[in-house]
Design a protein around this ligand. Structure first.
Ligand code: PLP
Length: 395
């Protein structure tokens, strides 16, 4: 099997660790491998390294509050929802309420359901055809007993970017805490946490050319977060467990690299490559864009993201998973929506929430670019899709 990164178009699922990040992980594994809670000089070296990485990540994400290290996006989301929710009980017999959107990642859905089992009610805010939440519906529910809002900022399957500034302002004026799942966004645009009306934010290293197995929850000072995992009391008691110092250093190095490569204030090169690939793909009969159209408003879509529905030349919806397999045979790696849902039923709940007809909801595919891709790397991709469509339609 070819492992040519030029043909890897699944960066919303995960990204390869960049060489300079690998070098940093190896350096720290050699020089600061000890338990950072140990009091001897080995431990102190690890603790110093850990705090350097924490400061670096806090600085790059513009966070003066707490950076709590976790194992990744799913754990950060659980810590945010259950760490806030577990401490709030009903108010004079009225259960507290959580608002999420109809297009959350399964990790947020699962954490919300866990809160429901603890006595909370959960309301899902509907989205429009592009995947953008209904701000009117959100506003009308920001009254008692709503205590917490949790929203996906950059939707992994259809690329929609929620207007987080406006959403945060609404939550602030209602006095309701806001958690944001920024797992995709943090890889695609700079984030200045302190400047945003957000109380908690989840991020993961493996979407931005860092290692898998590490992420963080950013917590604004004064937010009443409780631990959901007890033990040695690491991370100021909020997340027990020995910190993976080398992975955390890799996470910091990956963010540093991203800022140097893409977030310098110039037009993002990835967005340009994505736009040209999208234009070429939309010339292929049978391919239809889902989510916001970046040609109309680039600010509404993740910069590296393309999502499509696939039909045969005679108008039949083609199964997204069959397309993924057919493209894999042509050495092109894509996904049929969110990687995490690939083992579940073929119909996408996200496409359903956007209002697509039931027959089309199993026909979504996603192409998500890396920062190494050039136009030349991708010039054969539309033809590969044509061939895959012909093969799947004939099967
Ligand atoms: C938007 C979003 N949230 C959460 C997650 C879960 O992150 P992790 O895989 O690091 O647990 C993902 C991963 O695909 C994601 O895309």
């Amino acid at each position: 099997m070819s492992l040519d990164l030029r043909r890897y178009l699944d960066c919303a699922a995960t990204t390869p660790v960049a060489p300079e990040v690998q070098a940093e992980i190896h350096r720290v594994e050699r020089q600061a491998w000890a338990n950072p809670s140990s009091l001897h000089s080995f431990g102190l070296a690890a603790a110093e390294q850990l705090e350097r990485s924490r400061d670096q990540i806090a600085g790059l994400l513009g966070c003066s509050g707490q950076v709590v290290f976790t194992s990744g996006g799913s754990e950060s989301i659980h810590l945010a929802l259950l760490g806030i929710g577990g401490g709030i009980t009903d108010q004079r017999g009225v259960p507290p309420r959580l608002l999420i959107s109809a297009v959350e990642h399964p990790a947020s859905e699962a954490a919300a359901q866990q809160l429901q089992r603890l006595g909370w009610t959960v309301e899902r805010i509907p989205v429009d055809r592009r995947g953008l939440i209904d701000l009117g519906a959100l506003g009308s529910l920001l009254t008692r007993p709503t205590q917490l809002v949790s929203l996906i900022w950059g939707q992994s399957e259809v690329g929609a970017l929620q207007p987080i500034q406006e959403i945060g302002a609404l939550c602030r004026s209602a006095g309701v805490l806001l958690h944001v799942d920024a797992v995709q966004v943090a890889a695609q645009r700079p984030i200045a946490f302190d400047a945003l009306p957000i109380d908690l934010m989840s991020v993961a290293s493996h979407k931005l050319s860092g290692p898998r197995g590490v992420g963080a929850l950013l917590v604004r000072d004064g937010v009443p977060l409780q631990p959901i995992q007890a033990g040695g009391g690491q991370e100021r008691g909020l997340r027990s467990g020995t910190e993976p110092v080398a992975l955390i250093a890799g996470f910091a190095a990956a963010l540093e690299r991203l800022h140097a490569l893409r977030f310098r204030g110039e037009p993002d090169p990835v967005q340009g490559v994505r736009n040209r690939l999208l234009a070429a793909l939309l010339e292929v009969p049978g391919l239809q864009l889902t989510g916001p159209d970046p040609r109309l408003d680039p600010g509404l879509r993740l910069a590296n993201h393309i999502s499509l529905i696939v039909h045969s030349s005679d108008g039949r919806p083609l199964p997204g998973r069959a397309m993924v397999r057919a493209l894999a045979r042509l050495d092109v790696a894509i996904s049929s929506g969110s990687a995490c849902s690939s083992s579940r039923s073929a119909a996408s709940p996200v496409l359903e929430a956007l209002g697509f007809a039931a027959r089309d909801c199993g026909s979504g595919i996603r192409l998500s670019l890396g920062d190494w891709h050039t136009d030349a790397d991708l010039q054969d991709v539309p033809e590969a899709l044509r061939r895959a469509m012909t093969a799947v339609a004939a099967a």
